[in-house]
Design a protein around this ligand. Structure first.
Ligand SMILES: [Zn+2]
Ligand SMILES: [Zn+2]
Length: 134
């Protein structure tokens, strides 16, 4: 299940995908971005299959106004929506909304350490998971 964490780049709390969910997005991504046959429908099929297996709502299709990178990478936004309910997230942001990229919550302020290797909390300076390691 996606869990809500503070995102340092977006400067707000957002659901972050877990590794199981992330694996589905990556499978969809590689299906859609196949080097010899780019095909968004194939990516959405992956999402649909996994969504149905988990009892999630149907995968949303892009409207006519969706263009450019948003359309090209629609499977990223649609997959993020499938697991989190948050619609229209920019695909570039979905790439870093993955819980495993972040460290545990800071014991002092509760914001996640920026990475699992952080030496200190970026918000309050409390020593982090890798403090003292060389
Ligand atoms: Zn973000
Ligand atoms: Zn802190």
């Amino acid at each position: 299940m996606a869990k809500t964490l503070w995102c340092w780049r977006c400067q707000m709390e957002l659901p972050m995908l877990d590794e199981d969910e992330w694996a589905v997005l990556m499978e969809a991504h590689f299906a859609a971005m196949h080097p010899t046959a780019r095909n968004l429908a194939r990516g959405l099929e992956v999402l649909e299959r996994e969504g149905a297996r988990r009892g999630l709502p149907p995968v949303r299709r892009p409207s006519g106004e969706v263009a450019g990178i948003r359309r090209l990478l629609w499977h990223m936004s649609a997959g993020y929506e499938l697991f989190t309910g948050v619609a229209d997230e920019h695909p570039n942001a979905v790439w870093h909304h993955r819980a495993a990229l972040y460290g545990p919550p800071c014991p002092a302020c509760g914001k996640p350490f920026r990475t699992p290797q952080s030496r200190q909390c970026a918000a309050c300076g409390t020593p982090g998971p890798s403090c003292g390691e060389e």
